[in-house]
Write a protein that binds this ligand. Sequence first.
Ligand SMILES: *Cc1c(COP(=O)(O)O)cnc(C)c1O
Length: 432
Amino acid sequence: MPDLPVSELLDLDRRHVWHPYGPMPGRQEPLVVESASGVRLRLADGGGELVDGMSSWWSAIHGYNHPVLNDAVRGQLDRMSHVMFGGLTHEPAVGLAKRLVDMSPDGLEHVFLADSGSVSVEVAVKMCLQHWRSLGRPAKRRMLTWRGGYHGDTWQPMSVCDPEGGMHELWQGVLPQQVFADAPPAGFEAYDDESDVYAAHLRELIGRHADELAAVIVEPVVQGAGGMRFHSPAYLRVLREACDEHDVLLVFDEIATGFGRTGRLFAADHAGVTPDVMCVGKALTGGYLTMAATLCTARVADGISRGEVPVLAHGPTFMGNPLAAAVACASIDLLLGQDWQTEVKRIEAGLLGTLGEAAALPGVRDVRVLGAIGVVQLDHDVDMAAATRAATREGVWLRPFRDLIYTMPPFITGDDDVARIGRAVCAAAKEG
Ligand SMILES: *Cc1c(COP(=O)(O)O)cnc(C)c1O
């Protein structure tokens, strides 16, 4: 395709192309990216470079144009870019499943490869409902979650997103009616003792609805797009106990938190808890291609296989895509082959150092950092245009939403660039 002049490209984009959560035609002009490498996005038309503070929505943990990941895609491209997964299999998919089983919490044994995070959540919900249906308990078909969550944009995931103030408020009354607990108390350290009121609330609600609950689904430790809130890992243990007591399955959505982002490989590791079902996505392929996975225990798979219909009736056309699976294997090997904990801690320390300053700014309600995640929460909704301008002036790409200016940089971000991202977050908080 010949290069379009940028003005023409933007005009066509505005007229024809939907962007995430956007109106049509678009109102805010996007930036045109020409290429990306390391932690930098290069803008078209001599627009300069921006340090990426977003890892392309949690995914590009190793940065862009990484030689090892490029080689993995190229090598696989020369063998085959895709074959159907029904009746056929291949080393990239099998190798990926083995890696995921080995690195995830003990007990997760089986892997369903899906093509996006939302689809992996659909599959997780289907697994849980089918498990109970197969065991002769079809009334167990609702999900319980806590408020403040985000699980994706297709139908079942939307039904367990926070029903208020979130992106899916429009669909209340149309979506399946799920059971909602209050949002967990804010803060990684926020857990008192056995008499914790919130833990009692969770136990009571799970007990009360046990007969109709297939599963509890939550984002462990960090609620992402629902509000960038952190909570104590102790509540994951409370959920595990209550679910075991009342015959309810437990699903962890680790699509945002997986692969080291919170300082542990998976957020579940902070609690030492194994869920019955776990979704991963986003950083799975190092940000190269779309792929996600739903892992489950032998118990869940066994339940399903005892049913009248003993199969899991799900099979995306591009299931197990070899290109995506090959780069996912390479990305996992790259992560585990380095001292990633030290890198995440280094970024955490850098963000704590620079974002601290934002706490004193007028209009700032809270500043929080966990692993390679930094959040500044305002007491008002962000002026997106002004905040984005302020960040790009500092040479940084940020994408605030609601009252939140936040960053989750690639793990390879150097100290100077972490400091620059911190300055950009503060500038965006001042002007946004
Ligand atoms: C992004 C996200 C999803 C949805 O993943 P997609 O790949 O965008 O469909 C689901 N759950 C969580 C926690 C996420 O952060």
